[in-house]
Design a protein around this ligand. Structure first.
Ligand code: NAD
Length: 275
């Protein structure tokens, strides 16, 4: 297999390995995304807050790849939660990307202090209903935020995209999501380079055993855990490396050794506080 897909609650399904473009400079983005598509990615994850939707769109167009073969995600920026802003923000994203519809549209952060995410979600439901978003989901939602959506709205989020990597494995959240059919998508799947993930003993050992890189071991662990991953790299050879994770499998002992690395420790922002 060169790629696996996971069905979403809506009619669509998501390639399990995608390509993220957080912190890719706008002037590099078209080249970087064209490289990613060339090495075989068919799932691109951007956000209005990354300021590179237009350049992602340019790469999609330049690639000549049929629209229905590429899964595109973008996210509502935090300062666009006001009910009157959501529709306009969504339309501007479509326009910047040069698309008629998105495969997945996410609420980027819940911002519980503002207490607007339930209303924002109700507007998202209209995008799903009229087909401009094939799937709608959330990002950085904690269990209580998901519980409110489940209790107060109609559509169950297809995805929750959250920080997730070997020292922050999100066990409780993953379990809750599995019960509700919500797919877990890992951001920072490689720990954002913020700690020496690749130097950890179980990861080194598995890399040596399978003759792959530590990054490939970590991504493989995600896939076998059931997560969607969206690793980022500006370098074409690393893009290819990160996609080349379908020709080996970790055994139960290797999986257990990586599972045991969990410290329940974030390297990114706490969704309860990010504003
Ligand atoms: P990541 O874990 O993907 O790490 C990226 C860094 O890892 C790169 O800068 C690169 O230096 C390094 N790297 C990549 N491949 C490597 C390899 N094969 N070997 C060695 N080093 C390698 O972190 P990320 O980019 O923050 O997360 C991935 C994507 O998740 C983002 O691009 C973005 O699309 C998404 N994201 C979403 C949120 C959110 O709030 N929803 C937050 C952060 C990131």
């Amino acid at each position: 297999d060169t790629q696996t897909t996971i069905p979403l609650l809506s009619t669509t399904s998501i390639p399990q390995v995608g390509f993220g473009v957080f912190l890719v400079d706008p002037e590099d983005t078209q080249r970087v995304v064209e490289d990613a598509l060339e090495v075989g990615y068919r799932h691109i994850d951007t956000a209005t807050g990354y300021h590179n939707e237009k350049e992602v769109g340019a790469a999609l167009t330049a690639s000549g790849i049929p629209r229905d073969e590429i899964f595109v995600t973008t996210k509502l920026r935090n300062d666009h939660h006001k009910a009157s802003d959501v529709e306009g923000a969504f339309e501007r994203s479509l326009e910047a990307l040069g698309l008629d519809s998105l495969d997945l549209y996410l609420i980027h952060w819940p911002m519980p202090q503002n207490d607007r995410y339930v209303d924002t979600w109700k507007t998202f439901e209209t995008f799903a209903a009229d087909g401009r978003a094939k799937a709608i989901g959330v990002s950085n939602f904690l269990v209580p935020h998901l519980e409110r959506l489940l209790a107060e709205t109609e559509v169950v989020p297809a995805v929750n995209q959250v920080e997730l990597h070997p020292i922050f494995q999100q066990r409780e959240l993953r379990e809750f999501q599995a019960q509700h059919g919500i797919v877990t998508e890992a951001w920072g799947p490689l720990g954002q380079g913020k700690y020496d993930l690749f130097g950890l003993a179980p990861i080194q050992a598995a890399a040596a055993a399978h003759e792959v890189t530590p990054a490939q071991v970590v991504l493989r662990w995600h896939l076998q855990t059931g997560n969607v991953v969206i690793p980022k790299s500006n370098r074409k050879e690393r893009m290819a490396e990160n996609l080349d994770v379908f020709s080996f499998a970790l055994d139960a002992d290797e999986m257990a050794a990586i599972d045991a690395l969990d410290e329940n420790r974030r390297v990114g922002g706490d969704p309860a506080e990010v504003n």
